[in-house]
Structures are given as structure tokens and as C-alpha cells.
Design a protein around this ligand. Structure first.
Ligand code: FE2
Ligand code: FE2
Length: 281
């Protein structure tokens, strides 16, 4: 068995230059899989078209939602909010044959496997608070004072939950049940839009933004659920780091103004398995 497990996130296809990058995302072998870790775009039609294209090229595509997919954007004719919007996106994926956090976990059979590829949707709960604050309210008001407020506050509706942290709590409970039921002999690739641990947010230019980036309640998931790699995006800071000996891969493309600073052409697709550092044995 040959093949590569690749990952990418934050394709943000509302930008024409990013759509050109997506056109260039190609497998290296007919057995390659692609993880898409959220923020494909904001409009359901854009998300569907992009995932359909990628599904046509890769042997499997695994998607986890980002905050942008969950926005109810005024320019999107699909006006669903919150859970209903997420469920509609899951249905779009299922119709395309794209795996979601609601489906049975696929097991990567290629080099570096067998490993369960586990897309997660855990959202955030404002527990990555701004420095020097101890409550959500303090942390949020610090962000408003600094002028660093995530657009989620306006467009990511939690319906039918009263707030985003309640939705997050529900997602965590559902997800833990599924992870706990996994075969304990099976390693995982954990895939989420938001990082499972707080440390990646330490390098944010605006530390107030961290409160929209995850939850302290997933801090041990990479160890507890036997991750060989944890894939995430959202920060638009692509890099490889290690926490507790586990490789974390931030796989974002990001906005054109961001990737142009890093040099062109961008090569956003990162190899998750086999691990180049571990050899192909
Ligand atoms: Fe993004
Ligand atoms: Fe994001």
C-alpha cells in the first residue's frame, strides 16, 4: 500500500487567488487522502463546489468545520443558523462522499497506518482568556477595548443553544463519547479547526484573539486519545510543533495577504503520514 495522508485548512475560497491555489491541490498517488480542517469558505455553495472538486481528485476527503463555514453570512442565500447550518453542511458532505465528524472514523491503511482519522468539531468556550483576566466577561471586554473582536460574535450563531460556550460543551460531550468508544489499540490523527491545546496561540500578534481559538477542556486529548499527529488551522500560522511528544501540524493556507508575505507560490498541502521525519519503514 502506497499513498499519502495530506492536510490543508483555511482555503478561504471567497478570494479568487485562493481558488487558483485550490485548483493546484493535486494528489501524488491515486491512494492519497486529503484532510480539510475548516474555513473552506462562508457560502454553502462555495463550500460544496470546493469539496466536490477535491473529492474528485483524492481517494478520500475528510472535513471538519471551521468558524467561517458556521457563519450565517449576509451574502449567503442559505440562512440557516447554528446547529441547523452545521447539519446542513454535514448533509452536503455526505452527498459528496466527504467524511465529517458525524461519520464513522476512517482508518488510514497506508504508510504510517493503521491510524483512525478523526475529524472533530469542538468549537471554543472563551477559556483561552486574555492575559490578566479571569472571567469570560473580562476577557471579552478586554478584546473589545483592544479592537480585536472575532467576527464570530456577529455571525456565528449558536441556535438553539443560548451561547457558543453551551454549544461547545455539547460538542465536547458528544465527541468524548465517540473517542472513548474507539479501540484503545488504535492510534489516531486528530483533526480540528481549532487547536486542541492553548500553546499555539501564544504566538498570536493579538493575544486577545485566543479566546476564539479553543477550549482548555481538550488540553489532554492528544495524549488521552493516542494521537500520532494533531492537525489544526484557524490561526493562519502554518508550522510544526510538538507537545507531550505529539506532532501538531497547523496546515492553513490563509488569506492572500498572509501567504504572499511567505513567498509564492504557496504549497499549503502538508504531509501528515507517512512522517517524513520517521522514514518510510
Ligand atoms: Fe481561517
Ligand atoms: Fe477559522
Amino acid at each position: 500500500m502506497t499513498g499519502n495522508l495530506f492536510a490543508v485548512s483555511d482555503l478561504h475560497v471567497s478570494y479568487a487567488e485562493n481558488r487558483t491555489v485550490v485548483d493546484g491541490l493535486r494528489p501524488e498517488t491515486p491512494d492519497d487522502w486529503l484532510i480539510v480542517a475548516g474555513d473552506v469558505g462562508e457560502k454553502v455553495a462555495d463550500i460544496e463546489r470546493t469539496l466536490a472538486e477535491l473529492r474528485g481528485r483524492f481517494a478520500a476527503v475528510i472535513w471538519a468545520p471551521g468558524n467561517h463555514e458556521l457563519w450565517t453570512h449576509p451574502s449567503d442565500p442559505v440562512t440557516l443558523r447554528g446547529v441547523a447550518r452545521y447539519e446542513a453542511l454535514v448533509q452536503v458532505c455526505r452527498d459528496l462522499g466527504v467524511l465529517t465528524p458525524e461519520d464513522d472514523f476512517a482508518v488510514w491503511p497506508g504508510p504510517g497506518g493503521p491510524v483512525a482519522v478523526v475529524p472533530l468539531f469542538q468549537l471554543y468556550d472563551y477559556s483561552f482568556r486574555a492575559p490578566g483576566t479571569s472571567t469570560k466577561e473580562e476577557s471579552l471586554s478586554r478584546a473589545y477595548a483592544a479592537g480585536v473582536v472575532c467576527t464570530d460574535e456577529m455571525l456565528l450563531h449558536p441556535d438553539p443553544f443560548p451561547d457558543r460556550e453551551s454549544w461547545c460543551a455539547d460538542r465536547l460531550a458528544r465527541t468524548r463519547r465517540r473517542l472513548d468508544a474507539l479501540d484503545p489499540a488504535l492510534s489516531t490523527v486528530l483533526v480540528s479547526h481549532w487547536p486542541l491545546v492553548r500553546e499555539p496561540t501564544d504566538v498570536l500578534w493579538h493575544p486577545e484573539f485566543a479566546q476564539w481559538c479553543g477550549t482548555e477542556l481538550t488540553a489532554d486529548w492528544h495524549v488521552r486519545y493516542r494521537a500520532v499527529v494533531a492537525v489544526y488551522g484557524h490561526l493562519h500560522i502554518p508550522r510544526t510543533t510538538h507537545y507531550d511528544g505529539v506532532r501538531f501540524e497547523e496546515v492553513s493556507l490563509g488569506y492572500p495577504r498572509e501567504w504572499k508575505r511567505r513567498g509564492v507560490p504557496p504549497r499549503p498541502m502538508r504531509r501528515i503520514l507517512p512522517d517524513a521525519g520517521a522514514g518510510r519503514a
